[in-house]
Ligand binder design. Structure first.
Ligand code: B12
Length: 257
């Protein structure tokens, strides 16, 4: 094997193409010592990294040590067997979004958003919803034909359902950043179940979950229509909403209400 990518089969690369070198980091619950560094190398070995070089070890308080390990793996990656969720809707400009909503719905599209459960990480949902936006794009508040109701942090599911009903929401956007004990998954499942119970199937708002540690392929499992993850921009969300609500659903529901 020359190390050169052959077709869809790849090796990772550190110094020379295809040399198999990777870098990983982790924390062990033990004070920093030579034994701790040996333990880190042992773990890396068990992960298939051979040889494994501990290139960084830093005490994290008296009882923990953080490591960076650099070394070679022999695994190959087959890109033809990778499954990802590709964007299946056209990216629209704010002008196109406004025009399409106005023409098709003849009213503003209503979006209700919140961080649910105990999660107080609002920066992500604010990046999508608030006018200041993200990555050079303005948030949904900037879109004239989108009414944005951002409920903020630590919103309970019953309150979210109640506000969505009161606002006649077309879409509900929830953010989950904390993943401890799978809180993000459990909270989103609870949310989607509550919406299914509260609405007849055809009247239910589009449900979107977002946050940095979601897997986009989990939408069905979580009971939502779409999952957005790291690096999402407001324009992607607006374009998805138009595609889902205007193009796919308004024919079912009857656009104006
Ligand atoms: C800022 C921050 C805080 C701030 C939050 C302030 C606020 N108003 O949001 C404060 C200080 C309050 C905080 C508190 C805590 N935090 Co904190 N925090 C962070 C930090 C540094 C940055 C998060 C952030 O703002 N990212 C920027 C935004 C723009 O990115 P984003 O959230 O990924 O959002 C993007 C996408 O994911 C997506 N997206 C996100 N949501 C949604 C929703 C929808 C609908 C859509 C479409 C898209 C979308 O779009 C966004 C733009 O692309 C992270 C570490 C890190 N570097 O990520 C830790 C981190 C998230 N926090 C963490 C923890 C543990 C906590 C605390 C529990 C700490 C403590 N012991 O008290 C508390 C929990 C408080 C609570 N009740 O939730 C951990 C979570 C670990 C885990 N496994 O869950 C992290 C990862 C730090 C770490 N490495 O340990 N935190």
């Amino acid at each position: 094997m020359t190390g050169k990518p052959s077709g869809t089969i790849l090796r990772p690369y550190g110094d020379t193409t295809g040399d198999g070198m990777v870098q990983v980091s982790f924390t062990l619950p033990m004070p920093h010592s030579k034994v701790a560094e040996g333990a880190a190398a042992q773990l890396a070995g068990k992960m298939g990294i051979d040889p494994a070089l501990v290139v960084h070890a830093k005490p994290m308080g008296p009882d923990f040590t953080f490591f960076v390990v650099y070394g070679r793996v022999n695994h190959l990656v087959d890109t033809s067997k990778v499954h990802v969720v590709e964007r299946d809707y056209p990216l629209l400009t704010p002008k196109e979004v406004n025009l399409t909503v106005r023409k098709a719905l003849r009213r503003r599209l209503v979006v209700v958003g919140a961080c649910i459960g105990t999660d107080a990480h609002t920066v992500g949902i604010d990046a999508i919803m608030n006018i200041k936006g993200f990555a050079g794009e303005k948030g949904l508040e900037y879109y004239r034909e989108v009414k944005v109701v951002n409920l903020g942090a630590q919103v309970s599911v019953p309150h979210l359902v109640e506000r969505s009903r009161a606002e006649k929401a077309d879409a509900v956007l929830v953010s989950q950043v904390v993943t401890q004990r799978d809180a993000h998954l459990l909270n989103v499942k609870e949310m989607s179940a509550a919406f299914r119970e509260a609405y007849p199937a055809r009247k239910r708002p589009v449900l979107i979950a977002g946050g940095p540690r979601f897997d986009e392929a989990m939408a069905a499992e979580l009971g939502v229509d779409r999952v957005f993850t790291r690096g999402t921009t407001p324009g992607e969300v607006a374009s998805y909403l138009v595609d889902e609500i205007v193009a796919k659903r308004s024919s079912m529901k009857g656009g104006a209400r």
